[in-house]
Design a protein. Structure first.
Length: 260
């Protein structure tokens, strides 16, 4: 079995000088499968360029990031909908709500979120959810769907234990990345309480690199560092973390070929 990076942004845009080396370092670190999050109209082409080069390692998502929602979002959504048939598309994402900086496009974000949730329901695809400073609003929208209609990951989880328990009760896994390794992070306590069976690993590369690389560009090759921290939290071998988190992902991402 291998590690899986359930949420990363491995486009050449972020690694213009060393893209192949970044991918090879991940593969050498036994991170053999990496799920590439989509954020705007331009992203699908960037994703498909690299998926074509590494079809057994890189897998695509399609979605409009809430921070990229603007007045033209209906046209962007219409275009992104046509990209759901692209090669190796395994999920709708990353989508959600983000009111961290402002609420200028709150109405548009909510409508875009709902529409993309409908895509996932209709196509029976899992979700990669981006929720920041908007858990109450996101849960209100998600509750419009019946339990079992949606599944996926709450990526880069930033809520509290109550939000985490709500998510896992609705069939979502909790995405844990480099923040869990930060000195004052509250994630270790949350991870311990929800249990390893509800956790998946992610980097969100090139952002949020784990210790000891904090402040530098992140890479999927750093997934084992996150796994090691989680192994310490649960006092289990790191291999158990790899195997359980990978099984968790395969149970959700049905179109992702399982390397068991």
């Amino acid at each position: 079995m291998n590690y899986i990076d359930s949420h990363t942004h491995l486009y050449r845009e972020y690694y213009p000088d060393n893209f192949e080396e970044v991918i090879q370092r991940a593969i050498d670190a036994n991170v053999k499968q990496m799920l590439l999050a989509c954020v705007n109209r331009e992203t699908p082409d960037q994703i498909q360029e690299v998926v074509a080069l590494y079809p057994e390692n890189l897998y695509a998502m399609v979605g409009l990031h809430p921070s990229d929602v603007r007045e033209d979002y209906p046209d962007v959504l219409a275009y992104l909908h046509t990209r759901l048939d692209d090669a190796n598309v395994v999920a709708v994402g990353e989508i959600g709500l983000d009111f961290y900086y402002d609420r200028i496009f709150e109405t548009q974000q909510k409508d875009a979120f709902y529409q993309q949730l409908c895509w996932a329901r209709e196509l029976q695809l899992p979700l990669s959810l981006h929720i920041r400073s908007a858990y109450n609003e996101a849960i209100e929208i998600l509750q419009q769907f019946k339990p079992g209609e949606l599944s996926g990951i709450v990526h880069c989880f930033s809520g509290g234990i109550q939000e985490a328990k709500w998510a896992v009760a609705r069939g979502f896994a909790i995405g844990i990345g480099g923040i869990v390794t930060f000195k004052n992070s509250k994630l270790p306590e949350l991870v311990k309480e929800i249990g390893l069976e509800h956790v998946v690993l992610e980097t969100d590369a090139p952002y949020l690199a784990p210790t000891p690389h904090r402040g530098k560009p992140n890479e999927s090759a750093y997934i084992p560092l996150i796994a090691q921290k989680i192994a310490e939290i649960f006092d289990v071998p790191v291999r158990e973390v790899m195997e359980q988190t990978s099984r968790n992902i395969y149970s959700i991402f049905k179109k992702l070929p399982a390397n068991l």
